[in-house]
Write a protein that binds this ligand. Structure first.
Ligand SMILES: Cc1cc2nc3c(=O)[nH]c(=O)nc-3n(C[C@H](O)[C@H](O)[C@H](O)COP(=O)(O)OP(=O)(O)OC[C@H]3O[C@@H](n4cnc5c(N)ncnc54)[C@H](O)[C@@H]3O)c2cc1C
Length: 424
């Protein structure tokens, strides 16, 4: 148990008063749900199978490196994030406001001109995008930034690729710049993901800052867990089954409760609640490499139009705390798993992307996350009820959107529905 979770107990901590509500899973959704129910005065048990909170948003420390469980970024503009977290306590380190796309015609830099006025000249030079594409993208961006989120929610849904074409963005601009970038956000490269989700993510990127907490992305759930009353969180407590009375723990004892909220990943939720329908999911692998000198001396995300890699960046240029002094840590993600030989191909592509010899780079770790994100195919409802049956609820990013905002909002909705039903 880490110092961050001093209030956590384990399954063997003996008899305690039966909870009103059991929340299964201490990822972001389960944490939000448990926090809101505790605030509403309910007795809650938050049961987590693993040895820490955060689920897909955890960070491991190894040999002085901070290794997030898959590359992800933290967005300051998510409403749930603003509501729940003291952002200063996360010691956030920003990425450059934009990215570099490696296209067949060489690298092009796309920078947000409202953050870096000098970028206007590069954009207008036509090297990154044609004047027509620039105008189409500017109009789309302005609409997403200004219109209320509720407008986006109400729009008829379609694929992101259809939405970009309808907005007037050319096939070349999609292939060279937008597809490589968005493939890293959706974890799929056909851009078949719901345009509703795309518009919300685009809006959040324009309105917020992409950054990393100095202690790794795992600091986000850790800060949330700090807000739980002592004794609520029980680590190392897998739930094997949902029973008529409550839940059956992996070690064989039953814990009764009036309400049970399943806040696990989609596959586990479908196992615990057999009549639940869950979406397919996306898989991603992130390679972490170390070297003596940063191959790029700026905190900028690079994306690859050949699709060999999704994206890469020098994490230690974003947050120096990610690597020991005198070492650079590079994160590189690819779609799918890590079959033999893929690591070598990635390293060769990194040599081209960074324009440097990578043969002496040392692979610190490779992390494959199966079920990293739900496949959000249109029409994708951005939020679904948590009610599954009498006293049975389900939440998680697969019930909202595959994002920090989606997971937290889904947990919040579950808490509202449980509280209303228990009061009723
Ligand atoms: C590689 C990667 C990159 C991402 N990048 C971004 C990004 O840049 N921006 C963004 O907004 N979002 C990103 N996301 C998405 C975001 O991290 C997830 O949507 C969110 O963390 C999901 O939270 P959750 O609570 O729904 O599920 P989970 O995090 O999966 O939590 C479920 C919890 O349930 C526990 N559990 C499972 N089974 C049991 C059981 N039987 N008993 C008890 N406990 C159980 C698990 O151990 C886990 O702690 C990314 C995700 C990944 C994987």
């Amino acid at each position: 148990m880490s110092d961050e979770h001093r209030g956590a107990t384990t399954a063997s901590d003996g008899h305690r008063r039966a909870p009103d509500v059991i929340v299964v899973g201490a990822g972001l959704a389960g944490l939000a749900c448990a926090l809101d129910l505790c605030r509403a005065g309910r007795r809650v048990a938050l049961l987590e199978a693993s040895d820490g909170v955060g689920g897909r948003m955890r960070t491991d420390r190894r040999d002085g490196f901070l290794l997030d469980r898959g590359f992800q970024v933290f967005n300051t503009s998510y409403p749930q994030v603003k509501r729940r977290l003291d952002l200063r306590s996360l010691r956030l380190r920003p990425f450059t406001a934009g990215f570099v796309a490696h296209t067949a015609h060489g690298p092009v830099r796309l920078t947000d001109p409202t953050r870096e006025p000098g970028a206007v000249r590069t954009l207008l030079s036509g090297r990154a995008l044609s004047a027509r594409d620039l105008a189409a993208l500017a109009a789309l961006t302005a609409r997403d930034a200004v219109l209320p989120a509720s407008t986006v929610r109400r729009r008829r849904d379609r694929s992101t690729s259809a939405a970009l074409s309808t907005a007037g963005v050319s096939d070349d601009a999609i292939a060279d710049v937008l597809r490589p970038f968005l493939a890293g956000v959706f974890l799929e490269e056909r851009l078949e993901t719901s345009a509703r989700f795309f518009h919300l993510v685009w809006r959040s990127m324009v309105r917020g800052t992409l950054c990393l907490p100095a202690d790794g992305v795992g600091a986000v759930p850790a800060r949330l867990a700090d807000g739980l009353p002592a004794g609520v969180l029980r680590l190392g407590t897998p739930v094997a089954e949902i029973t008529d009375a409550g839940v059956l723990l992996g070690e064989g004892s039953e814990v009764p409760a009036r309400a049970v909220v399943v806040a696990t990943d989609a596959a586990t939720a479908a196992r615990l609640l057999p009549d639940l329908t869950v979406p397919d999911t996306r898989t991603v692998t992130t390679y972490y490499h170390a070297t003596d000198r940063p191959p790029m001396a700026e905190p900028t995300l690079m994306v690859d139009s050949t699709g060999t890699v999704l994206n890469t960046c020098v994490l230690s240029e974003v947050a120096p705390t990610y690597a020991p002094p005198g070492t650079a840590l590079i994160s590189t993600s690819v779609l799918g798993t890590d079959p033999p030989g893929r690591g070598g191909a990635v390293l060769r592509r990194l040599a081209e992307l960074y324009g440097t010899d990578t043969s002496d780079w040392h692979q610190v770790a490779a992390r494959t996350v199966e079920g990293a994100l739900p496949a959000m195919l249109p029409p994708w409802p951005l939020s679904r009820t948590a009610r599954h049956g009498p006293g049975r609820y389900v939440c998680g990013d697969h019930r909202a959107t595959g994002s920090v905002q989606g997971a937290l909002a889904s947990g919040a909705r579950a808490a509202r529905e449980v509280a209303a039903d228990l009061a009723g």
